[in-house]
Design a protein around this ligand. Structure first.
Ligand code: HEM
Length: 137
């Protein structure tokens, strides 16, 4: 597995652990109601689980497994993929912080979402030439 895929998949697993913990906290409060405002954690839970965990895991496995160029450079414009990884995680963190501090519709949360869109577009541009059929069959 290439180094960048290791970084992306491990980062996604960290988000899975965080998102699971937040989900478990909300679930606990559905039963025991220790924190009546537990629904304030939903936005963070969604962001951690949908973007931080699921989307990022898909990107990591896609980077690892899609066909590689047979001639150098083996992985194509890898700087673009590193950039997508860094911008995606900046986007997740800014979205969570903005949503928590100023609300889901705040400008900080929207900036986070914009970073995520830029990251997704950068990864799509990077991976496009690696989505190709086998030469036979
Ligand atoms: C891939 C895994 C998961 C995804 C994509 C996911 C996604 C979501 C989403 C989108 C919501 C918002 C639903 C709404 O607005 O009504 C939500 C709510 C919630 N999730 Fe998860 N979740 C995941 C795993 C978990 C786990 C593992 C737990 C518990 C340990 C959990 C507990 C909850 C709870 C308690 C709510 C709040 C429900 C409510 O009060 O309306 N989730 N989740």
């Amino acid at each position: 597995m290439p180094r960048l895929a290791v970084w992306i998949v491990r980062t996604s697993l960290i988000y899975l652990g965080c998102g699971f913990t937040v989900g478990a906290y909300m679930l606990l409060n559905k039963g025991l109601t220790l924190d009546p405002n537990y629904r304030a954690w939903i936005y963070m839970h969604e962001e951690l689980m949908l973007i931080g965990w699921m989307l990022q895991f898909v990107i990591g496995v896609g980077f690892w497994i899609l066909p590689r160029f047979m001639q150098a450079p083996k992985y194509g414009a890898i700087e673009l993929a590193w950039g997508a990884y860094l911008i995606l995680n900046a986007g997740v963190l800014v979205t969570i912080a903005g949503g928590w501090l100023e609300g889901p519709g705040s400008s900080a949360a929207l900036i986070g979402r914009a970073l995520e869109i830029v990251a997704a577009a950068a990864f799509a541009v990077y991976i496009w030439p690696r989505v190709r059929p086998f030469l036979v069959g």
